[in-house]
Each structure stands twice: as C-alpha cells, then as structure tokens.
Write a protein that binds this ligand. Structure first.
Ligand SMILES: Cc1cc2nc3c(=O)[nH]c(=O)nc-3n(C[C@H](O)[C@H](O)[C@H](O)COP(=O)(O)OP(=O)(O)OC[C@H]3O[C@@H](n4cnc5c(N)ncnc54)[C@H](O)[C@@H]3O)c2cc1C
Length: 310
C-alpha cells in the first residue's frame, strides 16, 4: 500500500540531518506560474549520495516522488501533490572539460540552470548551446523534456545523461541509448536525472554572444515575460504552431479568473495575479475542446500536469 503524508515521509527520511525538507510547501512559491497546491514535502539534497539514499528510502516505503528542477514547465493542481518532490536545486556542480577529439564537454548536474550552462559556454567560447538562451529551466528538466528552440533540441548537444534508478544506483546513458522525441524522452517515469554532459565545439566568441543576445531579444519581444507563465502550454502540431491555431480560433485574451491566454503569444497562459491551477486547467480544456470540435485537431499539453484537484 502506498503511504504518504508527513509522518510517513518523516519516518522514511529520519536521521538524514543534512537533507532539507519543507513540509506542506505551496508550489505557488516555486513554480514559474506562481500558482499550484501544496506538496506534502519538498526535499533538497546537496549531493548525489544523499539523493541516492533518499530515493532508496522513499522507494522502500512506497512513497511516491517526483524530481523537479526550476518548475518552469509544470502545473501542480490546487489539491497539491501527495508525496515528495525531489528538488534538484542542490545539485549544482558545473565544469568544462577538454575532450581528446578537440571537442569540449560541459558537465552539469541536474540542478544547474540552463542560464549558467549557457553563460559558461559563452565564457569558454563554445558553440552549440545558443538555442538554450532564455529557457528558464534546469539541466534535469531540459533533458527530461528534451527542451528545444530555434530548430535545435537538447538531444542534439547531449553526449550522455547520468540517471539514478529506484535503488539509488547511477549509470551513464549515451545519447543513442535514449529515445528522445518532441519534448519528451523514453527515460522511465521514476528515473532521476542527476546530470548530463553537453558536447560543444570551439567557436567565435563574438558570434556566439551575438547569437545569444539576438535570441534573448526575440524572446523578450515575443513572450509575455512580464507575467508569471510556464512557457508553451501546448505542443505544436506538425506544420501548425499551437499559438497560431489558438489565435485563429479567436481565443487570444480569453480569461478565466486571473488566468489568461496571452494577448502577445497565444500559446502562453499567464497569471495576472491570483490565478489558480483550476483557472489554467479550465482555459486548457476550452482550447482543447474548441480545437477538437472546430478543427478536428488534438492539442496535447507540453506543460506537465501533476497533483490532485481540490
Ligand atoms: C518564459 C519561458 C520560456 C520557455 N521557453 C522554452 C523553450 O523555448 N523551449 C522549451 O523546450 N521549453 C521552454 N520553456 C519550458 C521549460 O523552461 C523547459 O521545458 C525546461 O527545460 C524545464 O525545466 P525545469 O527545470 O523547469 O523542469 P520542471 O518544470 O521542474 O519539470 C518538468 C518535467 O521534468 C521533470 N524533471 C525535472 N527535473 C528532473 C530530473 N532531474 N530528473 C527527472 N525528471 C526531471 C519533472 O518531473 C517534470 O516532469 C519555457 C518556460 C518559460 C517559463
């Protein structure tokens, strides 16, 4: 039987004094949408050994857990998440290593922000990761989602991914051992990504920084960054960007509570103040139903939806 709740979690993690635990933590404090219910426990470890111990203990007690990074692509329903969210924020090692074949590797633990990886690539004049400029996620989340932009995806630059299984054991999976697809991978649902190596080439520093600045400018112009959001809500359809479809259906600006389909970019839902997860879900449902009824198209969410309804 699955046991959740504070006593079961406290019991499972008893004695792990350096592991940080926040009970009943509202996701509105952490998620980029600034909304979402409470997680039974948000747990942060400082290193992979601790993480392995936590994973083993939770698994042994049948307590559900979900690794999370920067929570920039996740919607936690208003009733919250029963179990543990493993917050990867403490796994923050980042380094650059020259490789034998003249290429360079950037080794990043799962909790490192893409912004830091991109900044290191720029400082070392390495090209390949420019497309990640402005994506606000963590390395773990980006690998899990196979994040992408401007014609490239994480799978194009990742060399191997370090994954931890339910026994807390780590192994490196080469890129060709993982089936990456559009905003997903075939990594098993309980796999915890501990880090990844990105393979990059020496390039022209000015060009790399120029491209990064150009991408940042495009994002600032096209995305409603002044309001809390979770990036693209829906996956694009083949040959049809979801935002274009939503705009064509006349749903730009549609509001429910304080959640609104952005007037700037229709594939973004923004929180105009006190939006709840159910407000956002309501808009998602309206959009999906209209796309189905009027266009015969099935819009799949890109954002990951977890937790319980109120
Ligand atoms: C303004 C804005 C712009 C964005 N632009 C883009 C874009 O251009 N392209 C794009 O692809 N995305 C974009 N995103 C979405 C998001 O930033 C990316 O998908 C990002 O990679 C998610 O990382 P995260 O750390 O926030 O993941 P989270 O939101 O924390 O988690 C997302 C999923 O990944 C899983 N996960 C997270 N960490 C791990 C781990 N260590 N091990 C296993 N699973 C894990 C979670 O369980 C969840 O299923 C944007 C978001 C915003 C807010």
């Amino acid at each position: 039987m699955t046991r959740t709740g504070h006593p079961a979690i406290a019991d499972a993690l008893n004695g792990l004094n350096t592991v940080k635990i926040w009970y009943d933590e509202p996701m509105s404090r952490h998620a980029s949408l600034k909304l979402g219910g409470k997680v039974d426990a948000l747990v942060m470890t400082e290193n992979e050994d601790q993480l392995g111990e936590v994973v083993r203990r939770l698994r042994a007690k049948n307590i559900p857990f979900l690794p999370v990074g920067n929570l920039t692509n996740i919607l936690v329903r208003d009733g919250g998440y029963r179990g543990v969210m493993l917050w990867m924020h403490g796994l923050n090692q980042l380094s650059c290593v020259p490789l034998a074949d003249g290429q360079y590797g950037i080794d990043a633990q799962a909790g490192v922000t893409l912004a830091k990886v991109v900044a290191l690539a720029a400082a070392e004049e390495l090209t390949g990761l420019e497309f990640c400029t402005g994506i606000p996620g963590s390395v773990g989340g980006a690998v899990w989602m196979n994040a992408g932009a401007y014609g490239m995806e994480i799978k194009d630059v990742v060399s191997f991914v370090t994954v931890m299984d339910g026994e807390g054991k780590k192994k490196n999976l080469r890129r060709d051992e993982i089936a990456f697809a559009y905003r997903k991978s075939n990594l098993s649902a309980d796999a915890v990504i501990c880090g990844a190596r990105f393979i990059l080439q020496k390039g022209n520093g000015a060009q790399i920084k120029g491209r990064m600045a150009e991408i940042m400018k495009m994002r600032q112009e096209k995305h409603p960054l002044q309001y809390p959001n979770a990036g693209s809500v829906f996956k694009n359809l083949p040959g049809l960007p979801a935002g274009k479809l939503i705009e064509e259906m006349g749903l730009k600006g549609l509001r429910h509570g304080d959640a609104q389909v952005s007037n700037l970019h229709a594939n973004f839902i923004v929180n105009k103040g006190q939006a709840t997860a159910s407000d956002v879900l309501r808009l998602i449902r309206i959009i999906q139903e209209k796309a189905g009824k009027e266009k015969g198209l099935e819009l799949e969410t890109e954002i990951v939806i977890v937790g319980e309804s109120l």
